[in-house]
Design a binder for this molecule. Structure first.
Ligand code: NAP
Length: 346
């Protein structure tokens, strides 16, 4: 298969660096362009990220001497992965789509456009049909926010098996979720901050679009309700979420566990390069998942679920953990692009 030329917008940030790492030797994509703000444009990638390369492996060889460009159409690629600060992502992504590029974005700006799929490859691949409604030559596809990416896999498995009426989510979100330099160390060391601007709103609404139904009129949101509490905790990578769910019909604990453990989607059936064998991994130990131990499950693409037990108020409760810059951002976007390529949409 001929490799698709890809660029990374926001290549110097926390998510952009993860793209640079995950796309090294990708079998279907070749990184031909790296772009960021005017502050970085014109520098080599190594110079641009000097002092702020935050991945625990060296900068991949292929990227070191690439010149960082400005985020303007004219880049030598067919698809751009978006990792831009949301204060600037909206118009830049629209401009790229207008000029014929596929845009696979992590930013929130276009997530609720009527004709833009809010995608999680295992959950709603059929939403890619929305792309036909976009009038531009290029097309935009978005990812959800990092907190719910892993949780939504579990909600999908449960919704399909039992129906869902309510979900209560309590997040404990890593500092890398705020980008770099992110939360000041004096605010977060030895502390928990019970507020992340805009996060609870996104966490309560985005799963409903992802789990919604594609109709002639667009996406009809899923009908169940979500209540979210979002907290920033002094963890480097990995968002942990405590989840309680009320199901549409009664279920025993073993069938509840089986519905989660057996869950697979189109990426697994198509054996996409970045698809984990099991999107949801169950742990039976009473003290798992833990960010330090389970972060890289399925190469960072699996959501680890543990502590499954009865909930005296709702039906069941459990804990999820997923890697916020891999499954929650760059890895999920790459999986979406792989799905689009496998379906010959790119
Ligand atoms: P970040 O570390 O702050 O990086 C932001 C990137 O945007 C940098 O490459 C920066 O380039 C670029 N940028 C800023 N202003 C620009 C401008 N005016 N023109 C062009 N480029 C500009 O942020 P991040 O954490 O990687 O997040 C990137 C996006 O992904 C955000 O929309 C965020 O909400 C979303 N997201 C983040 C996570 C996560 O876990 N961190 C997860 C899911 C989604 P310079 O280096 O040149 O300034």
């Amino acid at each position: 298969m001929k490799k698709t030329k890809v660029g990374i917008l926001g290549a110097t940030g926390a998510v952009g660096q993860r793209f640079v790492q995950l796309l090294e030797n990708h079998p279907w994509f070749e990184v031909t362009e790296l772009a960021a703000s005017e502050r970085s444009a014109g520098k080599s990638y190594t110079e641009a990220v000097a002092g702020r390369w935050k991945i625990s492996a060296d900068i991949p060889e292929y990227a070191r001497d690439m010149q960082v460009k400005a985020c303007k159409p004219g880049l030598d690629c067919d698809l751009v992965f978006g990792a831009l600060d949301s204060s600037v992502a909206g118009p830049i992504e629209s401009e790229f789509a207008k000029e014929g590029y596929f845009v696979v974005s992590n930013s929130r700006n276009h997530r609720f456009d009527d004709d833009v799929p809010l995608m999680s490859a295992e959950v709603n691949p059929e939403h890619l049909k929305l792309l036909a409604r976009q009038k531009t030559k290029g097309k935009i596809v978005t990812n959800s926010n990092c907190t719910i990416m892993g949780v939504t896999l579990t909600l999908k498995a449960l919704m399909d098996a039992f129906g869902l009426e309510e979900a209560m989510l309590f997040s404990m979100q890593a500092v890398s979720g705020a980008g770099y330099p992110g939360v000041p160390s004096l605010d977060i060391l030895g502390n928990i901050v019970p507020f992340i601007s805009g996060e609870e709103e996104k966490t309560e609404i985005e799963p409903l679009k992802i789990l919604g139904t594609l109709t002639d009129g667009g996406i009809e949101n899923a009908k169940f309700k979500i209540s979210a509490h979002c907290n920033r905790v002094p963890v480097y990578n990995g968002h942990t979420v405590c989840v309680s769910v009320k199901l549409g019909k009664k279920a025993g604990i073993e069938e509840f566990k089986k519905a989660l453990a057996d869950f697979k989607g189109e990426p697994q059936r198509l054996k996409l390069p970045s698809a984990p064998e099991h999107p949801i991994l169950l742990r039976e130990e009473p003290d798992r998942p833990q960010a330090r131990l389970d972060l890289m499950a399925g190469n960072g693409m699996a959501t680890t679920v543990g502590r499954i037990r009865k909930d005296p108020l709702m039906d069941f409760k459990f804990v999820t953990l997923s890697h916020n810059t891999v499954r929650g951002a760059a890895g999920a976007a790459i999986l979406n692009a792989e799905l689009m390529k496998a379906k010959k949409l790119i």
